[in-house]
Design a protein around this ligand. Structure first.
Ligand code: NDP
Ligand code: MG
Length: 380
């Protein structure tokens, strides 16, 4: 029985992680969970899974939840609560499925507590990959990828030596606006941007897919997870999202991992690694039905956010922190209807172009820069 502590249980990845736990009640147990503001779903999860520890974002909600549960369940809130969920002493593995840079500090604390981490929360690796991977190496902790592309690469690398990698090929569906020109993007609505052709995901990552920033964040994520320089990371447009990513080796052999677009497959693999469990409710890949797969060269002028991410990654230091914070704030403003779709790019470009990078930033520097970058965008 593997005991799971789940950060971000009420989100898209969180709910799909619960599907996996539900499907294998003899193999997995939910011992702790965190949520943000979605109290309705938090109540449902508590009733079904009876975790020992629950954390929510606000004190007010924590008091409500506690008053409704007479059991010995511990209810906490805020960052302190998130850290407790991340370090839950009973847990064999932490699933980090929170959204954004809020996941960084609890992740570092979980590593400090010696917990293996299945990581969906890519922003944490983007802004502090150097701190996370170093701490994980020192503590002998595994960081298991949940993001489908990184799970694909991780699967292709089993039994292989990283020194034989020629390049990583990360596939991109292109998001909701992949067939539009830049002129076509003037005046697009939030609803249109949220309509992803292949994947059903949380709102922020769906917008990131439409701007291609998601792929940019994934390039940075891959750089840290697999210790690969940026000039060995390629991005390929592949509209069907069947090949989740590939690895080319020095001998020109290319390994790929394929599957239907279903995040429960990489989530489960991170939980069962190095084993694989059968899935009951799974749609199997049928290539004969699909018939044809398409590939296109990536256009960095059309998808400027991807170019910003590569540039920021190559500059390194604190630049990816600013890139990420500017993106999180800009996407939030777009979702609230306060800026247009193309203004997301403009805000990110301005933020990174005025930042003088700080080499090897500490946790405090990263947190401060993250805060300052957001504040300057919200006060515009
Ligand atoms: P969602 O927005 O659906 O869920 C985010 C989760 O984090 C929710 O449980 C939310 O709580 C919680 N949360 C948000 N802000 C805070 C906060 N300040 N404090 C505490 N909890 C908070 O996101 P996704 O599940 O789509 O994505 C999660 C992560 O996984 C992201 O980093 C994303 O890039 C990555 N990812 C997602 C994929 C997907 O298919 N969705 C695929 C690959 C990676 P609540 O809702 O209760 O407010
Ligand atoms: Mg992905």
């Amino acid at each position: 029985m593997k005991k799971i502590s789940l950060m971000g249980a009420t989100g898209s990845i969180g709910m799909q992680t619960l599907d996996i736990i539900r499907e294998h009640p003899d193999k997995f147990q939910l011992v702790a969970m965190s949520a943000g503001r979605n109290i309705e779903d938090t109540r449902k999860i508590i009733n079904e899974f009876r975790p020992k520890l629950v954390s929510v974002q606000s004190e007010e909600d924590a008091i409500k939840i506690k008053s409704e549960n007479t059991s010995s369940m511990i209810v906490l809130f805020g960052e302190e609560g998130l850290v407790e969920v991340a370090c839950q002493h009973d847990a064999d593995i932490i699933v980090n499925a929170v959204l954004g840079s809020v996941g960084l500090y609890p992740t570092l604390q979980a590593i400090e507590a010696g917990k293996d981490i299945a990581i969906a929360n890519k922003e944490t690796l983007v802004i502090a990959g150097h701190l996370v991977m170093k701490a994980a190496r020192e503590k002998g902790v595994s960081i298991l990828p949940v993001d489908s592309e990184h799970s694909a690469i991780f699967q292709c690398l089993q039994g292989e030596s990283e020194k034989n990698i020629e390049k990583l090929i990360i596939t991109a569906s292109g998001g909701s606006f992949r067939d539009r020109t830049r002129e076509d993007l003037l005046g697009v609505t939030v609803e249109e941007a949220l309509n992803h052709p292949n994947w059903s995901m949380g709102a922020k990552i769906t917008i990131d897919s439409a701007t291609m920033m998601n792929k940019g964040l994934e390039v940075l994520e891959a750089h840290w997870l697999f210790d690969i320089p940026f000039d060995k990371i390629n991005v390929l447009l592949h509209r069907e999202s069947i090949i989740h990513s590939m690895v080319e080796f020095h001998d020109s052999s290319v390994m790929a991992q394929l599957g239907t677009p279903d995040m429960r497959v990489p989530i489960q693999y991170a939980l069962t690694f190095p084993d694989r469990f059968p899935r009951k409710q799974m749609s199997k890949l049928n290539l004969a039905d699909i018939g044809t797969l398409h590939f296109e060269k990536m256009d960095y002028e059309r998808f400027r956010c991807l170019a910003f991410a590569f540039e920021s990654g190559k500059i390194g230091g604190s630049m990816p922190t600013v890139l990420n914070a500017a993106n999180e704030a800009a996407v939030d403003l777009f979702l609230k209807g306060k800026i247009t779709f193309l203004e997301i790019e403009d805000i990110i470009e301005k933020s990174i172009s005025k930042h003088n990078t700080i080499k090897n930033p500490s946790l405090d520097t990263i947190r401060q820069l993250d805060h300052e970058t957001r504040s300057s965008i919200y006060s515009l």
